[in-house]
Design a protein around this ligand. Structure first.
Ligand SMILES: [Zn+2]
Length: 336
């Protein structure tokens, strides 16, 4: 029961900002020379020529943001007395993330808590009030802000009142961290609450999904939504997120197999960033193929009782067992 309660609304942490990789070019062609008519019709076609995967994922996402109706988000900020604000316009990126997934009915009641270590008990009381039915959630407030020199990243939750709650830990050095000043952190955390809202009141939860999916999608979405207007900036953010990924083909394939088996505690067998960076690349491939909504539909279908494999087949018309060796190869060719 405890596990069920804890997993109903899973709270995610970004504990460390990722370093920026300097002087890196992922694509060696200018955006303007891309053949706009060459869409991928299968994962096999992506494997034959993976050079346009990033472009098509970004383009389909960008078109989604641009075509979305305006989002009427009821937004409240709870700033602690000594908060250090690194992004003065947090609603901008939340709004873009809502537009990216506008076809999935994103939550419109959004609350943002920002706090410093010196105000941590104030922050705890705000968060506890939002999650009265889940008293353990207050631990996230402390985990993201262990002391005045380690207070960064974010966490999120979606409560029984259908409210999105985003928590951001703050300290002075965060002003130099791209994830803290660009809006990507707010977009990332908000996307977790869109994911959770797809499974609202379902007996199923994130335990029924592969471990790479929630973090991979939130990481992909932070880049694709905030940088919907620039393919080059999207690529820069992508490279920042996947900069520490350096695994073999066998490892990636094994991870995509293992990470699906949520009955075992596999999290101890890989680095904490692998769900984020490998997940980013899987979600980019899925988005390039069928667009951003297809990825959010996986949650909806699993919440309604399908297995992940059934939901995957429904969205992509290929079995997961046939797809993941191809996806593993496509990922490996991008990072080798
Ligand atoms: Zn996350």
């Amino acid at each position: 029961m405890l596990k069920k309660i804890l997993s109903f609304i899973i709270v995610f942490l970004i504990l460390f900002p990722l370093p920026v990789k300097a002087n890196e070019t992922f694509l060696d062609y200018p955006t303007s020379s891309v053949d706009h008519h060459k869409q991928y019709l299968s994962f096999k076609a992506m494997l034959d020529d993976p050079s346009l995967i990033s472009y098509w994922a970004w383009r389909k996402s960008s078109e989604q943001v641009l075509s979305a109706p305006s989002q009427n988000i009821n937004f409240k900020i709870y700033d602690s007395p000594n908060v250090i604000i690194t992004n003065p316009y947090p609603l901008n990126s939340i709004n873009l993330a809502a537009k990216l997934y506008y076809q999935s009915n994103p939550p419109t009641d959004v609350n943002l808590l920002r706090y410093t270590y010196s105000d941590i008990y104030w922050a705890e009381s705000v968060w506890s009030n939002a999650f009265l039915e889940y008293p353990s959630f207050k631990n996230d407030v402390f985990n993201a802000c262990k002391n005045q020199y380690s207070c960064h990243g974010g966490f999120a939750g979606f409560n029984s009142l259908k409210q999105s709650w985003l928590g951001l830990a703050s300290m002075h050095s965060n002003v130099k961290s791209p994830n803290h000043y660009s809006g990507t952190l707010e977009a990332h955390e908000y996307v977790h609450t869109i994911q959770q809202s797809q499974m609202y009141k379902s007996p199923y939860n994130f335990n029924s999904l592969p471990i790479w999916l929630p973090e991979g999608q939130a990481s992909y979405a932070q880049a694709a939504s905030v940088y919907y207007y620039s393919f080059d900036l999207y690529i820069k953010e992508k490279n920042r997120i996947i900069s520490s990924l350096n695994e073999t083909y066998d490892w990636i394939q094994n991870f995509l197999t293992l990470s699906f088996d949520t009955s075992k505690n596999v999290s101890a067998t890989f680095h904490q960033w692998r769900p984020y960076d490998v997940g980013f690349l899987v979600v980019e491939i899925l988005t390039a193929y069928k667009g951003p909504t297809s990825v959010m539909n996986l949650y909806k279908e699993v919440a309604a009782g399908k297995t992940f494999e059934q939901a995957f087949y429904s969205q992509y018309q290929i079995t997961w067992n046939e797809a993941y060796p191809l996806i593993s190869k496509i990922i490996y060719f991008q990072i080798k």
